[in-house]
Design a protein around this ligand. Structure first.
Ligand code: HEM
Length: 472
């Protein structure tokens, strides 16, 4: 129950049950200082457009526990980034009053102007049709990717040569990598306005094609979008980015590295992380597959589960379809290996395909954010500066555009996650001009230079760690 004394809503869409009780509750302006005291899932207030909402205990919010990343803070822009127009109508029962005038006016005029300007830019992009997808583009992307899958399978079915089988493993790895980008687009609702279509397409490209649980991924990924490169304020808090939670293997800041100070294994990983980065990328996908199975079928007693998994399982409407999708994935992939290859070759094929894919996926993920600014949760800047300064674009060319699947425009994607990737080049021009005009530095590098930046950053953190915590 929130401090306002209202009970948590019981229905998934959170519509009528709170009703007028919520609105009538405070009957006075609320200060930002008050809002900032309500920061936990069971006691969560947030601001949207200078109105205060109490979402305490709303574990069945359809987007899951990501809502609590903004408990005690202004959620105006992150709300706009994630929700369809229909969600605005569901807000009213949670409203407990207006933010007081002094809290609104305390923000410097320049900051208010800046926020107004980037909200206007969003409006202009809507009017320009940037949020509308080209179905022909996605038909082409999906069918060309299925052609890669067919080529990979045929290499296994039609040849007895080990080298051709390994070519098949490489093609399947490429196929899965591209499936990752397609699932990403569908699950961000870039392609269909009807969200169920997006979720089903996500299950096809995620669960069936590549054995990835999209419910698990969506929960983690949306949280990452809400708070990129943020260190959680405490181990139990919901305000950190799960994607930089890579300890004990990789530390992206001295703060993270400090956790390894007392363990010999931890010190080893932090001190050598620049060298270990690529080997770690190779096994990344195998870890994601295990986490996906654990999430979908409640295995391993939740050992691999991330924060908010329980909420995500409850709220993802297509959980049974997800489970069926996983079964279909292991059936087709298992049948391919079992009917065409010896046991030893099948194991080699499985590991080679998974590792190559993991490497190609993680390389692109790493370019997106690793080595960019990190923040403490209580020191995050406004939405625009947070998204821009924690993110790196990759200079586009024909290969990069295909290989990175839209994430070469990571900055632009983070600001507007539901804009389809084929519109991002145009959006990027507007974003770059806006950043220049408003003195916000956004960063772009080639694939090679970006990867070197990631490695130098890891090396820099190791050096700081050794200096700060010399071995005894
Ligand atoms: C009073 C506050 C809020 C209300 C009433 C609300 C309501 C909703 C509703 C109705 C949906 C389902 C939309 C649909 O698929 O048709 C939804 C989804 C979602 N919400 Fe919220 N929400 C609130 C705050 C937030 C906040 C602060 C965040 C992020 C920090 C958030 C993140 C999401 C996400 C990620 C989804 C899932 C979108 C998807 O299907 O991919 N929500 N919310």
């Amino acid at each position: 129950m929130g401090k306002g004394g209202r009970s948590a809503p019981q229905d998934g869409a959170g519509t009528a049950k709170r009703g007028a009780a919520g609105r009538a509750l405070l009957g006075r302006p609320i200060t930002m200082e008050e809002v900032r005291q309500h920061t936990t899932p069971e006691d969560a207030w947030m601001v949207y457009q200078n109105k205060v909402y109490d979402v305490s205990g709303w574990h069945d919010h359809p987007g899951g526990h990501v809502i609590f990343t903004h408990a005690g803070d202004d959620a105006t822009d992150i709300f706009a980034a994630f929700h369809p127009p229909s969600a605005y109508k569901t807000m009213e029962p949670y409203c407990i009053g207006d933010l007081d005038k002094a809290s609104v006016e305390r923000k410097p005029a320049a900051q208010r102007d800046f926020e107004r300007a980037y909200r206007d830019l969003r409006g202009k992009l809507v009017v320009a049709g940037m949020f509308n997808s080209s179905k022909a583009y996605y038909v082409w992307k999906c069918s060309s990717n299925l052609a890669i899958w067919a080529a990979g399978c045929l290499c296994v079915i039609l040849s007895d040569s080990f080298a051709v089988h390994m070519l098949g493993a490489f093609l399947l790895a490429l196929f899965w990598q591209q499936c990752g980008w397609l699932a990403h687009d569908f699950l961000h609702h870039q392609v269909f306005k009807n969200r169920a279509y997006g979720d089903y397409a996500g299950i096809f490209w995620g669960n069936i094609a590549q054995g990835f649980s999209v419910g698990w991924w969506k929960n983690k990924h949306n949280t990452h979008h809400a708070v990129p490169n943020l260190h959680a304020s405490s181990p139990d808090a919901h305000d950190g980015d799960p994607d930089i939670d890579t300890m004990p293997l990789l530390a992206w800041s001295l703060k993270m590295a400090a956790a390894a100070e007392r363990s010999a294994a931890g010190r080893f990983f932090v001190e050598h992380q620049a060298v270990l980065y690529f080997p770690i990328l190779l096994i990344a996908r195998i870890s994601w597959l295990l986490q996906s199975l654990s999430f979908c079928f409640d295995l391993a007693g939740g050992v691999w589960e991330s924060k908010g998994s329980d909420d995500a399982k409850r709220n993802f409407p297509l959980r049974r379809a997800e489970q069926a999708g996983m079964v279909v994935h292991y059936a087709w992939f298992g049948a391919l290996l079992a009917t065409q290859l010896s046991v030893v070759e099948a194991v080699v094929f499985f590991l080679a395909a998974q590792m190559m894919c993991g490497f190609m996926l993680a390389l692109v993920f790493g370019l997106g954010h690793n080595g960019m600014a990190t923040y403490d949760a209580d020191a995050r800047p406004d939405f625009w500066k947070l998204q821009v300064t924690t993110t790196r674009n990759v200079s586009p060319n024909l290969f990069v555009d295909w290989f990175c699947g839209g994430l070469q425009y990571q900055v632009d994607h983070h600001l507007f996650p539901s804009i389809p990737r084929h519109n991002l080049p145009k959006v990027h021009a507007a974003v770059a001009a806006f950043c220049k005009e408003n003195g916000v530095e956004y960063h772009e590098a080639s694939m090679l230079a970006g990867t070197v930046e990631v490695l130098s950053h890891l090396k820099g953190v190791s050096t700081q760690f050794i200096g700060e915590f010399p071995a005894m």
